[in-house]
Design a protein around this ligand. Structure first.
Ligand code: AFP
Length: 324
């Protein structure tokens, strides 16, 4: 079988869907992939070099910063700032949007990323990942926050890298979801999961059930619809890993609002939007606690959070039935 690299795949998708492409997007993906390979290299060596544990700092989200978090963030920021096609970027680890100086090589793309999602799991060697969400601005006037913050339906691409037993890249440009596995012997991501579709129904449900007492009555009722022998509970606590399992096996993931995180915990721009883009492309659903499509939520600011429920159609509809 021909082994198709991710860049080859991006080229073939562009020929099919946007034949007048300028090469900017491929260039962005190239630098993104390079960043992920560098992060993956450090993740796999984490127990051998002094990169485990915390830096002692607390990030903008109020969480402890791990050394690998810090490293992944600086790799992503450096590469995205210098790839020549990005005009603005937002990182889950940074307080503010970064607008690239106009005197640098400069393009039309805006990228949001969570450089190392699930980082509280790092020291236990549990799967973690990098999530990305890409937009294009077709306007040469001064960039402002207002121009950049928009609904997730405007994403031109989204995806993630999963640093697990193998390193994977899963992405979509709005024409299906494709998965690639890093073959370390050739240093390339090779197509391993063609046109991924989530099963219409699945037996896994996933939520931090320890928060049950903090949920609304509706969310408790929804949880009770799954918390019995027809389903099986899986919760890694590393969103990329929980998402990847749900995408492949089906079922439901729920991180509702609770009395501590009254707007939910997960971030719209870095986590919920890109993963909802993939989920919908794979034939699943992604909604907030009110049943609103995640991709239609207008962010109030770059660190806006949202309740996040996604998965197979049947299970997400079942979740929603608890609210009727
Ligand atoms: P960390 O990056 O601090 O580990 O946060 C991970 C995360 O944002 C997401 O990956 C998990 O799904 C979620 O938080 C877990 O949250 P709980 O610990 O509240 O279940």
């Amino acid at each position: 079988m021909a082994e198709i690299s991710v860049i080859e795949h991006i080229h073939s998708m562009q020929l099919k869907w946007s034949p007048t492409a300028t090469g900017q997007f491929t260039s962005l993906l190239h630098d993104l992939i390079l960043s992920a390979k560098i992060i993956s290299r450090s993740v796999t060596k984490a127990g051998l070099v002094d990169i485990l544990g915390g830096t002692g700092d607390i990030n903008v989200q109020g969480e402890q910063v791990q050394k690998l978090d810090d490293f992944a963030n600086s790799v992503m920021i450096y590469r995205m700032k210098n790839c020549g096609v990005v005009c603005a970027l937002g990182s889950e680890e940074e307080d503010e949007l970064v607008i690239i100086d106009k005197d640098k090589a400069y393009g039309n793309y805006v990228i949001f990323f969570d450089p190392l999602d699930g980082s509280s799991n790092i020291d236990a060697n549990v799967s973690i990942g990098t999530i990305f969400s890409i937009y294009r601005v077709n306007d040469d006037t001064e960039l402002t926050k207002e121009k950049i913050l928009c609904q997730g339906t405007n994403q031109v691409a989204a995806g993630y890298f999963l640093y697990g037993p193998s390193t994977m890249m899963v992405y979509s440009t709005g024409h299906g979801v494709y998965g690639f596995t890093l073959d370390p012997s050739v240093g390339e991501f090779l197509l391993s999961h063609e046109n991924i579709k989530i099963p219409e129904t699945g037996k896994y449900y996933s939520a931090n059930a320890a928060y049950y007492d903090r949920w609304s009555n509706e969310d408790k009722k929804a949880m009770d619809l799954f918390n019995h022998g027809d389903y099986s509970l899986r919760y890694v606590g590393s969103l990329v890993a929980d998402f990847h399992r749900t995408l492949l096996y089906g079922g439901i993931y729920m991180y509702p609002a609770d009395t501590k995180n009254t707007h939910g915990k997960l971030r719209l721009l870095y986590e919920a939007n890109p993963l909802s883009f993939l989920m919908e492309q794979a034939g699943g659903l992604a909604v907030n606690g009110e049943g609103k499509r995640i991709l239609e939520i207008m962010p109030e600011q770059i660190h806006t959070r949202t309740p996040f429920i996604f998965g197979s159609k049947k299970e997400v509809e079942k979740y929603r039935s608890a609210f009727n």
